[in-house]
Structures are given as structure tokens and as C-alpha cells.
Design a protein around this ligand. Structure first.
Ligand SMILES: Cc1cc2nc3c(=O)[nH]c(=O)nc-3n(C[C@H](O)[C@H](O)[C@H](O)COP(=O)(O)OP(=O)(O)OC[C@H]3O[C@@H](n4cnc5c(N)ncnc54)[C@H](O)[C@@H]3O)c2cc1C
Length: 384
């Protein structure tokens, strides 16, 4: 295998993750608790501020460095979903926020004093059809009052700030459905005192996700990002980064599964020899490895296109889909290689399998990626 990029960063992430072994994650998983110590350690080490420009106190590294960090987190058996959003939600503020907003928040995020982990887009009534969301921000003087409901707002209870997408003009009154949506920075502590209610959702993996009700929650107009009504464009521009970073996490998961499966296949003796001596055991692992390597190339290609300033929509979507498929298949093979032990919690395989399953659905489901490719890469009619 070629030497991967960012070798020093990868070594440092691996060293940090060594303090958070499987037992740490199993215990949290059983209690459905947030990995506060792990997120604190990643924050203190500066990894979560890797993409924040140096002028605001971050490391100013490109997206591919974020990919290397998150890939190593997953490859070490840890779970970056507890904090990965900070890397991409920050981009919305960085690219579209005013100088005053950037100066107010970014240095404090970089120092680890503020957590920008929550991202409120999905609603129960609209799902993937984001443009039909109904949460509404009504302006009165210098304040917007927000009412509505979001679902799957992850990490809301562990974040000081949230990036929120809401309608500011009803869908019926705009020329294009993508107009009339706006993005706000919500101060969670203020909102909780003024009409915001958070309810955790228990899921098949430990993910700290929630649903949130907004009952006339006041948000200062100074917290509107960019121009009113242009918010959908701002959110879209961050979605490619999100998909590429999550694809890198899936590559990390796939590597973890493949390494575990190979190690076990070398050690486990049945019928007087290592199970890995049987081609029926070897070949599925080898196939998962080839699929992972191919997906990894697409992740690199997507990061390259993104960093070159190109519209990386096609590459970002393909990277996310291929990497999520590779991690899911590698997980399946890892369970099979371990036989009954693949189901035992103490091996961590079933936990990682539950965790990586999410990426077939979030942040965008496979069907919607295929629709995107059909329409934008192949020129087929729009199907929805
Ligand atoms: C654990 C978790 C964490 C999440 N975190 C966040 C978060 O922090 N912030 C946030 O805003 N959202 C978050 N999400 C939401 C996530 O982005 C959505 O679940 C995802 O986009 C799918 O939307 P949906 O669940 O409403 O599915 P739906 O839109 O209801 O779709 C259901 C199924 O139908 C398929 N489908 C729908 N329309 C079509 C079509 N036209 N053609 C073919 N197939 C179609 C979909 O592919 C999917 O398989 C999270 C979700 C989960 C489960």
C-alpha cells in the first residue's frame, strides 16, 4: 500500500485513540451516554479545529486533513460521529458568516470554549425533501421568532451553538422553492430558556440524537448568516464537505473491520488449522479490501476536487455511497469471519456494525445519491 498522506497527524490521532479502547465505547454504548472524555481530548489536541483558518486560531488545514483525522478515529475503533459535525458546520459560518460573526465565534470554537456540533435541517414532515421544511422564522424588529419542529438534530444536548435552517418566506410566496430559507446560529443555552425543548431519541447505536420543538424562540437578527432567503445555498455548499468527511469515516470503519477479520482468520484454529487458510474465508475479506481501496480512491478524488474549488457534488456523492457500501460489506464479512463471536459485544464488531449502518441513510440516503447521479451525471429525467 502507498504511504498515506498526513502520516504525522495519523500517528497523533492513533496515539490519542489508544486511550479510548473498546471497553470505553462498550460501556457508553450500554448506557447510551455521550463520549465526553473522548471529545474533550480531541478538542484539546486541536484536531477538531484542524480546518479553522489560522487567523481564527485553528490549523488552517485542507479538507483532506480532516478526512485523515476522522478516518483514523474510526480505524482505531472509536466513533467520530460524536463530534464530526464541528468540522463541516463550521464551514457554513466561515464561508457565509459576516466578519463580526466569524470573529465572535471561530476563535472560541478553535480554543474549545464553544462547541458547534448541532445542525438542524431535517424535519419529521419533510424528510429528504428539505425544501418542504416548515419551521418558520418570523422577523420583528431586530429579532427572529422561530417556531416549528426538527428531528434527528444530533448532539443538540452537547453543543453550545447550532446551525439552523428555517423558512423566512412561505414556500407558496417564492419564485423558486429553494428561495426563502435562511440560516441562523442559535445559542442553545438562550434558546432552552426561551421556548426550545429537546427530547433525546433512542437509536440502535449510541448517537446522541434528538428531536427539538421551537415555540417562538427569539434569535437576534445579528445571528442570521448571510442574506435572508439565501440559506439553502449556504447549507448546500457545506454538504459536499460533510459527505466527503463521512466517506473518510466509512473508509476508517472498513479498515477496522478488515484488519480485525484478517487477524482473527490467522489466529482462529478449526479442524486443526487457521480458518484463514480456507479460500471461503479469505476471499470475502480480500473482496472487501478491494472494494475499500476503490472507495478510498474516490474519497481522495472527491477531496482533491473540493480543495481545487471545483463543484465536487458528483465525486462527493459517489465517495459517500461507495465508502458506506464498503464499510457495510466489510462489517458483514467481519461478523461472518468471527462466526458466533462476531455477535458478542466484547469483540466490538456488532457495535461498529450498528454504527456504520447509519451511513446508508444519513446524511443522505443511497437512493438520493443515485438520483443525483442519474440526473446530474447522466442527464436522466429528474425522478422526484
Ligand atoms: C442517527 C441519525 C442522525 C442524524 N443526524 C442529523 C442531524 O444532525 N441533522 C439533520 O438535519 N439531520 C440528521 N439526520 C437525518 C438524516 O439526514 C435523514 O434521516 C436522511 O436524510 C433521510 O431522511 P428521512 O429519514 O426523513 O427519510 P425519508 O426522506 O422519509 O426517506 C425514507 C426512505 O425513502 C427513500 N426515498 C425518499 N424519497 C425517495 C425518492 N424520491 N426516490 C427514491 N427513494 C426515496 C429514502 O432513500 C429512504 O430510504 C440524522 C438521521 C439519523 C438516523
Amino acid at each position: 500500500m502507498l504511504e498515506p498522506d498526513y502520516a504525522d497527524i495519523r500517528d497523533a490521532v492513533r496515539a490519542l485513540c489508544a486511550d479510548f479502547p473498546g471497553a470505553y465505547w462498550r460501556d457508553l454504548d450500554a448506557r447510551m451516554e455521550y463520549p465526553t472524555a473522548f471529545v474533550d481530548a480531541l478538542t484539546k489536541s486541536g484536531f477538531l479545529a484542524a480546518l479553522i483558518p489560522e487567523e481564527f486560531g485553528g490549523s488552517g488545514l485542507p479538507l483532506s486533513a480532516g478526512c485523515a483525522i476522522l478516518e483514523e478515529v474510526q480505524r482505531a475503533g472509536c466513533n467520530g460521529s460524536a463530534c464530526h459535525a464541528q468540522m463541516y458546520t463550521m464551514g457554513t459560518l466561515l464561508r457565509h458568516g459576516s466578519d463580526e460573526q466569524k470573529a465572535r465565534y471561530l476563535p472560541r470554537i478553535a480554543r474549545g470554549e464553544l462547541r458547534l456540533q448541532a445542525f438542524g435541517v431535517t424535519e419529521p414532515g419533510s424528510g429528504t425533501d428539505t425544501l418542504s421544511l416548515r419551521t418558520f422564522a418570523r422577523r420583528e424588529g431586530d429579532t427572529y421568532f422561530i417556531s416549528g419542529q426538527k428531528v434527528w438534530t444530533s448532539r443538540a444536548e452537547h453543543s453550545d451553538l447550532m446551525i439552523l435552517l428555517a423558512r423566512t418566506t412561505p414556500k407558496e410566496d417564492v419564485a423558486r422553492k429553494s428561495d426563502g430559507l435562511s440560516v441562523f446560529i442559535v445559542d442553545m443555552a438562550d434558546a432552552l430558556k426561551n421556548g426550545m425543548t429537546i427530547r433525546p431519541i433512542r437509536t440502535m447505536m449510541n448517537h446522541a440524537t434528538t428531536e427539538i420543538w421551537y415555540d417562538n424562540v427569539p434569535v437576534p437578527a445579528a445571528n442570521l448568516i448571510g442574506e435572508e432567503g439565501k440559506g439553502f445555498r449556504y447549507i448546500l455548499s457545506g454538504m459536499n464537505a460533510e459527505r466527503i468527511l463521512i466517506a473518510a469515516e466509512c473508509i476508517g470503519d472498513a479498515k477496522w473491520f478488515i484488519e480485525r477479520a484478517s487477524d482473527y482468520a490467522k489466529e482462529r484454529q478449526v479442524f486443526g488449522r487457521a480458518i484463514g487458510a480456507n479460500q471461503g474465508v479469505q476471499f470475502p475479506i480480500a473482496k472487501a479490501y478491494a472494494a475499500m481501496r476503490a472507495a478510498e480512491l474516490m474519497v481522495h478524488e472527491a477531496a482533491r476536487a473540493y480543495e481545487a474549488g471545483a463543484n465536487a457534488g458528483e465525486e462527493a456523492n459517489m465517495a459517500k455511497m461507495l465508502a458506506a457500501d464498503a464499510s457495510w460489506e466489510a462489517g458483514n464479512v467481519c461478523v461472518q469471519t468471527h462466526g458466533g463471536f462476531g455477535f458478542a459485544a466484547e469483540y466490538d464488531i456488532e457495535r461498529k456494525l450498528r454504527e456504520t449502518r447509519l451511513y446508508q441513510v444519513a446524511p443522505i440516503s443511497t437512493n438520493l445519491i443515485l438520483s443525483y447521479l442519474a440526473e446530474h451525471a447522466l442527464g436522466l429525467p429528474r425522478s422526484y
